[in-house]
Design a protein around this ligand. Structure first.
Ligand SMILES: Cc1cc2nc3c(=O)[nH]c(=O)nc-3n(C[C@H](O)[C@H](O)[C@H](O)COP(=O)(O)O)c2cc1C
Length: 202
């Protein structure tokens, strides 16, 4: 029995392509693995705050020296990290906003990539601690960044692959639904291709 942590980040509650594709994945997954459970975090409904000076201070204070106030300061980060640790599979659905991820998702990652919890510094450099997990990134964008020279403007999927790898999640499948600003036929074709790629992850 696996736990799938689903993290949605489109600001739209209706009409989001990335959330619709995450819904598709969830339905297909549960059909194939009915005993598994999904835990969903919709970052547009519960947006994490930006990192504050106090939160960063608490993150870099050794556990044994942390005040009660500092532990409290890290409560949200600790909850996010606990969810990540318990998950076997992580599904991130994201739009491209201004060539990158939504600020809510960036803030989520800022709370989740935490020294001593999801990565450590070693003699050989940083080492991720969340090994043995699988992640799927479902990214929707208005344009198509699959070919040069536009590929260099995509800061969504390369960034998420890097951030997940940094915390030890190396098995990352990137699924893209480009061209969401195009005509109906190209939108439908892109969605169908994304669905096929999601089916391949089941
Ligand atoms: C604030 C905002 C910024 C966007 N920036 C880009 C962009 O830089 N490049 C792009 O190709 N599409 C951009 N788009 C289009 C979205 O990526 C596209 O509509 C996508 O389908 C959004 O995901 P969603 O349908 O899950 O909300 C932007 C849309 C919004 C609302």
């Amino acid at each position: 029995m696996a736990t799938v942590l689903r993290i949605d980040s489109s600001a739209l509650s209706n009409g989001s392509h990335s959330k619709a594709l995450a819904d598709f994945f969830q339905t297909q997954w549960l059909e194939k693995h009915p005993a598994d459970t999904f835990q969903t975090l919709d970052l547009s409904q519960t947006p994490p705050p930006h990192l504050s000076e106090a939160t960063i201070g608490a993150m870099f204070t050794p556990v044994e020296e942390r005040s009660q106030e500092q532990t409290q300061q890290l409560a949200l980060s600790t909850d996010y990290i606990e969810q990540l640790k318990q998950a076997d599979v992580i599904l991130i659905s994201t739009p491209m906003y201004n060539f990158g991820i939504p600020s809510t998702l960036k803030a989520y990652l800022d709370h989740s990539l935490r020294v001593g919890e999801t990565f450590v510094y070693t003699d050989k450099g940083p080492k991720g601690l969340l090994e043995g997990k699988k992640a799927i990134v479902m990214a929707a964008s208005g344009g198509d960044y699959s070919q040069p020279p536009l590929d260099s403007l995509n800061f969504v999927t390369p960034y998420l692959k890097t951030a997940l790898g940094f915390i030890g999640i190396e098995d990352v499948t990137l699924v893209e639904a480009p061209g969401m600003a195009g005509d109906e036929a190209s939108i439908n074709s892109s969605i169908e291709q994304a669905k096929q790629a999601l089916r391949d992850c089941l």
